[in-house]
Design a protein around this ligand. Structure first.
Ligand code: SF4
Ligand code: SF4
Length: 80
């Protein structure tokens, strides 16, 4: 008998960006394997366009963005 399977979700991660600390160096953007980060149009208090996530469902929770950020602006959470 076939067993029902839960469809796999594409997104398994979630990130929180401290936009006021971001200096828009773009390192996280270049190292995101999902090409899921970009500079936003808004400007933070330091005068930079901070990074934003493009599509919450595309984040796989790999942690590359947090590892690459020299200013520790990103925290990554894995969805279960
Ligand atoms: S955790 Fe990985 S997939 Fe998600 S935004 Fe960061 S680098 Fe991209
Ligand atoms: S690596 Fe950090 S400082 Fe650089 S753009 Fe990404 S979040 Fe901003």
């Amino acid at each position: 008998m076939a067993t029902a399977q839960t469809p796999k979700s594409a997104g398994k991660g979630h990130i929180i960006i401290d936009v006021e600390k971001c200096k828009a160096c773009e390192l996280c953007i270049h190292f995101c394997p999902q090409e899921n980060l970009a500079l936003s149009e808004s400007i933070n208090a330091r005068g930079f366009h901070p990074v934003r996530m493009l599509d919450e469902e595309k984040c796989n929770g790999c942690g590359n963005c947090a590892l690459m950020c020299p200013d520790v602006c990103i925290r990554v959470f894995r969805k279960r």
